[in-house]
Design a protein around this ligand. Structure first.
Ligand SMILES: [Zn+2]
Length: 68
């Protein structure tokens, strides 16, 4: 009987984590995609996913980063 209660507790804990952790993960992903940075060269706003990193600064394109 006690083992059953422990198993039930673990199941509830798992369900709790699934329901309360997933929205947070989705929210974090959403926030990541929404993050915008300003190009150091021309001032255009670009998402961090599109940004090109060079010397710790972010640029909108290879032309701005002078990587060509
Ligand atoms: Zn630029």
């Amino acid at each position: 009987m006690i083992i059953k209660l422990i198993v039930l507790g673990v199941v509830f804990y798992g369900v709790y984590f699934i329901f309360f952790k997933k929205p947070n993960m989705l929210k974090n992903k959403y926030e990541d995609s929404e993050t915008v940075v300003e190009c150091e060269e021309c001032g255009v706003y670009i998402s961090t996913k599109e940004a090109i990193m060079k010397d710790g600064k972010q640029y909108c394109s290879k032309e701005c980063a002078k990587l060509k």
